[in-house]
Design a protein around this ligand. Sequence first.
Ligand code: KG4
Ligand code: ZN
Length: 325
Amino acid sequence: MILAIETSCDDTCAAVVTTRGDIRSNVIASQGLLHSRYGGVVPEIASRHHLELIDAVTADALERGGTALDEVETVAVTRGPGLIGALLVGVSSAKALAAVRRLPLVPVDHLHGHVVASTLAPEPIEPPYLALVASGGHTFIARVDDPSTYDVLGQTLDDAAGEAFDKGARLLGLGYPGGPAVDRLAREGDPAAFDFPRSAPGELDFSFSGLKTALLYTIRGLGEAEAEHRRPDLAASYQRAIVDALVSRTRAALDREGVRRLAIGGGVAANSELRSAIRDLGVPVWVPPLELCTDNAAMIGGAARFLRPLPYPKYLALDATARAV
Ligand code: KG4
Ligand code: ZN
């Protein structure tokens, strides 16, 4: 039985996962509303709320998982990348929980968690597979031959796909987080109305910052009244450009690698257009339920299954890291 903790951004998460990959519980306390009035995540506010919530969220995960603390054999925690103050709350809490019971601890790379989320029950994906991970903080395509690690084949050179959705939403006068709002508005618009750029910085890499600028200039060019009137078309065309970029690089990666299985993850995997477009690639696609796509601790416990734990007291000196591990 693995108790996993994840606090890399603005969600306080704890989960109980078995070594076979069954999810006993997956508790997510979202701080989203707290940050929405600022138009983005405020790191200091996130850290403070993690501190207030972490004990209750952990207790809740154990209770919902029907698991006593005595039954936990391993503690897993996100070590990075993420907001350093936020990560520190999870790492400190996990170290304390493990140390008092002399349990082993597994430090997990947050991105590894996203990459292997689809290896959890009930229908685990089998390597070799490719994973497209697109969220507010990261966008990349990885190859997995052995789930204890992954190779990044391509990634964004500037903004993440979710960030592009959020920034575009702001330009369109929609709230934060912008992805769901753009997704909704796009349904009423024509995706071919505007031709936004699909930049191709490399065979398998992404670039989204030019797209956001193109939207800004298009809105300015239309003038306030016309831009307001064309908002659904703008949203639909903008979303189409992001989805096209994600799908075309994924297709190129599948072709180049000769891999026939694909998993998607990250908050942008909630996008309705991406979810349908990705199914047209002609390979079996694992689209996990939303709570396994967005940040969660079950995926961290999931990754921990494939990693070697640090024995007590070796992990007492473990530090969180804001950059990729
Ligand atoms: O994985 P996540 O919850 O947190 C990060 O690790 O960033 O992803 C959040 C991102 C936000 O940028 C949000 O706008 C985007 O996922 N998102 C969406 C949708 N739902 C969430 N983007 C497009 N369409 C959606 N339906
Ligand atoms: Zn994430």
